[in-house]
Design a protein around this ligand. Structure first.
Ligand code: SF4
Length: 292
């Protein structure tokens, strides 16, 4: 790669986990700081942080919409954007995760989720290349991942180093920059006076796709059934449509390494009580959709 400037960032080497000095800034392009705005509290705080540091004119709040988002996430994102004083740049593929599953004839599950690849990752990569080609800007990506999720930061760092046409720099201020463990939810709620997305209050660990994330495991879907049965019913119907149309015994969840449908799970929870399943371990791979 030509014109690569190596820039050391705070504390990466100190952590010894994230690679030090891997910012790949093409000096012929003007840097632009892109907050990967997910609808979660941490990514909202990171957006605020970079705008304070680099100025609105050098920042972008970027969001990819799967069309399954909870309506309260849009409310939260709009209020955060207004607080920061910036517009949100949104990219939409136009399909829902279900439409992607039908197109690829594969039902997303905890191990493989084409929805994430098509609706989030592809949209992001196309947008970042446009920034380079059409505006001569060099994107630097910021994620709201915290110290307890360093493995995800490493995965993202590797992904953006190897998958775009040229490597793209990634930064993780919650890990690299802030010395103290910030309570971003408290700051947003108490200082910014913005109500958090209602999904946090319902007990979900991330606020993407309105609780319908196909990467969620048994515990996640037990919670969904318990607190938001309508959404569970939507997802159960979605799964049944796929199974019928393609005449395949497939499912979002697995139990004892076999297909285990949401219908079967619901019947089991109805028989034995949903509480019994709330603490089921979610042996899932977190998706790139939840940067919060
Ligand atoms: S949050 Fe889950 S369901 Fe939604 S796009 Fe990402 S992987 Fe797919």
């Amino acid at each position: 790669m030509n014109n690569v400037k190596t820039q050391k960032t705070t504390d990466r080497s100190a952590l010894g986990i994230l690679k030090a000095g891997t910012d790949n800034l093409n000096t012929s392009r003007k840097p632009v700081h892109v907050a990967m705005f997910s609808g979660g509290a941490s990514s909202a705080y990171i957006a605020y942080h970079i705008v304070q540091k680099y100025g609105k004119e050098n920042c972008i709040l970027f969001f990819t919409d799967t069309l399954w988002e909870d309506e309260d996430n849009y409310r939260f994102m709009d209020e955060v954007a207004e607080y920061i004083g910036m517009e949100i740049t949104t990219r939409i593929d136009g399909r829902t995760p279900e439409e992607v599953f039908h197109d690829v004839r594969f039902l997303g599950n905890s191990r493989m989720a084409k929805c994430s690849e098509e609706l989030k990752v592809r949209q992001t990569l196309v947008y970042l290349e446009e920034l380079r080609d059409e505006q001569n800007l060099e994107p630097i990506l910021y994620f709201g991942i915290g110290p307890h999720e360093q493995h995800r930061a490493i995965n993202l760092q590797n992904f953006y180093e190897h998958n775009p046409l040229e490597a793209i720099s990634t930064r993780f201020p919650m890990i690299e920059t802030f010395k103290e463990d910030l309570d971003t939810k408290k700051i947003i709620r108490d200082e910014w006076k913005i109500a958090l997305p209602r999904m946090y209050g319902l007990g979900f660990s991330h606020a993407n796709c309105a609780g319908r994330c196909v990467r969620g495991g048994l515990g996640h879907y037990a919670l969904l059934y318990n607190v938001w049965p309508d959404q569970y019913a939507e997802q159960e119907a979605m799964e049944e449509r796929f199974r019928e149309k393609f005449d395949k015994d497939v499912s979002i969840l697995k139990r004892n390494s076999k297909a285990f449908t949401l219908k079967e799970y619901r019947e089991l929870m109805d028989t034995h009580g949903v509480e019994k399943y709330l603490s089921e371990k979610d042996d899932t791979i977190p998706c790139v959709c939840s940067f919060s």
